[in-house]
Design a protein around this ligand. Structure first.
Ligand SMILES: [Zn+2]
Length: 519
């Protein structure tokens, strides 16, 4: 029944979009003409159908408030539109993290534009729009206006100028917190040993109410095109094993065992005590592995035995994912309740590329029911060092008996990675543009046309000094690979304040070629 309702909603949204597209064609043509025949062909002679397809594609750029403040709104929009062929701004509106907001991260070379002064001491994060507190009555989390850039309301500042150019504006909101946010500490997760973590619990009613309040506020207060939600917070099994690329193995810090999780477990018939006991055993297993204390039957067998003896471990992990997906559903519903034509997208984090177990928990077709578009992270340059780190992490616990190079080759087969560099060269080689192509095609096949796929393209994402630094040629190849695979657009990531202008030019060239492919 739900599926049927969704498809009805989708058809009416599509019809309505095409009406909007028709009305906007005049403005779009003017914008294309003004930008010097952006897509190569004479705009006036373009068939209406082609303009419509161009209109529906989203060539996006992630960008934080500081770039507009440092460089000026019109100047930045000019660069994005004319050099990068960008038609959609993913404007970082809510976060306390530096991945999406702030200038270049400390220790990295500044790009060839914007301020060259580190903001490490002044960066804070928060809501870069104006919070309208009447929307936040059902949550104890009260996020004030971000203090680091003065009083500027970045959505208001960018929206009018972007609309005049025919550019779409989405607010990016991210589950990243600062401990000084009023009300947030009471919502922190609780780890295996009863300590408060620094991540918020997705079963906490105040957290749930915050996300719907935030997106409702943004969608009602501004004439934006929609929301892109980021939540890279992951479940207890992945964290217990460190089966990711970004983290150290955080066994004993595994979350969440708070009262709200216990309540949710009860509702789903999961035994809290058994789950906790299972994770304590897993913790013991990981600690022993890191000390090189091999179980008599080997690491993998011991791990499997734990999974068989404590099915509650997997159940607890699924419980986490359930909450994360409920947040997606609630955000989607809240946005559509404001205006069904607004679009909602979700960022699917990079571990989805590396970890087959995580991949099994992310069914693209299911996700498509909760989204108008999915941003699938396919960062290839930094992907090399990240993938190598993932292999080293799982190779230090569950697969400790397997030589790392063999482990990576095996994993490549599982994930259809093709012929990427060997483990010792992976960080310096990066992953190929072909990886972007394959991940895009996999996502398109997965969603079966039920939502758009916008691969996240790596331009200038920081890597270690010895790892690959992306060139303009890399930016061009990765961007074009996404379009060749049939993507509905791209989202250039992580943020404009990390990117060199020649790489933005290169992405722009690929976008123009990609549009021609689609046309
Ligand atoms: Zn919890």
């Amino acid at each position: 029944m739900k599926k049927k309702d969704q498809s009805i909603k989708r058809i009416s949204a599509a019809e309505s979009n095409s009406r909007r597209a028709f009305l906007k064609n005049g403005a779009a043509l003017t914008a294309i003409a003004a930008s010097g025949s952006l897509f190569g062909a004479s705009p006036v002679s373009s068939a209406n159908a082609k303009v419509k397809s161009v209109e529906n594609m989203m060539h996006g750029m992630q960008i934080g408030a500081v770039s507009f403040v440092d460089e000026g709104v019109e100047k930045v929009l000019d660069i994005l539109q004319k050099r990068g062929a960008i038609n959609t701004i993913f404007l970082t509106t809510f976060t306390h993290g530096r991945g999406l907001a702030g200038r270049q991260i400390p220790g990295e070379k500044f790009p060839d534009h914007g301020s060259q002064e580190s903001d490490v001491k002044t960066f804070h994060g928060g809501n870069y729009a104006t919070p309208h507190m009447e929307f936040y009555q059902n949550t104890t989390i009260k996020v004030p206006h971000a203090p680091d850039l003065g009083d500027i309301d970045i959505v208001a500042a960018v929206l009018t100028a972007a609309k005049k150019r025919g550019m779409k504006v989405f607010c990016s909101v991210e589950d990243q917190w600062n401990s000084d946010v009023p009300g947030v500490k009471d919502c922190y997760e609780v780890d295996l040993y009863g300590r408060r973590a620094k991540t918020v619990c997705l079963y906490n009613p105040n957290v749930r109410a915050f996300w719907t309040a935030l997106v409702t506020d943004l969608c009602k207060s501004y004439d934006i095109d929609g929301i892109l939600l980021f939540n890279e917070h992951n479940g207890p099994l992945l964290n217990a094993l460190g089966a990711s690329h970004t983290q150290a193995i955080d066994y004993s810090g595994t979350t969440c065992f708070c009262e709200h999780h216990q309540r949710a477990a009860k509702e789903h018939g999961i035994n809290f005590e058994r789950a906790k006991e299972g994770f304590l055993m897993l913790d013991k297993f990981v600690k022993a592995a890191l000390k090189d204390q091999r179980p008599s039957d080997g690491y993998y067998v011991e791990f499997e035995r734990l999974m068989l003896n404590y099915p509650e471990i997997v159940a607890w992990d699924k419980l986490f994912d359930l909450a994360k997906h409920q947040v997606l559903e609630e955000v989607y519903a809240a946005v559509k309740a404001v205006n069904k034509n607004l679009q909602v997208g979700f960022h699917i984090e990079h571990v989805n590329s590396f970890n087959p177990y995580f991949r099994a928990t992310r069914n693209y077709e299911d996700l498509a029911a909760k989204a108008d578009f999915i941003k699938v992270v396919a960062y290839n340059n930094c992907g090399g060092e990240r993938y190598a780190q993932f292999i080293r992490n799982i190779g230090s616990t569950v697969f400790r008996d397997v030589p790392l190079e063999e482990l990576m080759r095996f994993n490549n087969h599982l994930l259809n990675y093709g012929n990427e560099a060997s483990l010792d060269k992976l960080a310096t080689a990066g992953l190929s543009a072909d990886y972007v192509f394959r991940e895009t095609q996999r996502a398109l096949a997965g969603v079966k046309g039920k939502c758009k796929i916008l691969p996240g393209i790596d331009i200038g994402i920081p890597t270690k000094a010895t790892s690959r630094k992306g060139s303009p040629e890399d930016a061009y190849a990765a961007t074009l690979a996404a379009y060749k695979a049939g993507a509905d657009g791209v989202i250039i990531s992580r943020k404009y304040s990390e990117m060199n202008l020649d790489a933005i030019d290169a992405a722009g060239k690929a976008i123009r070629e990609g549009v021609r492919l689609k046309g």
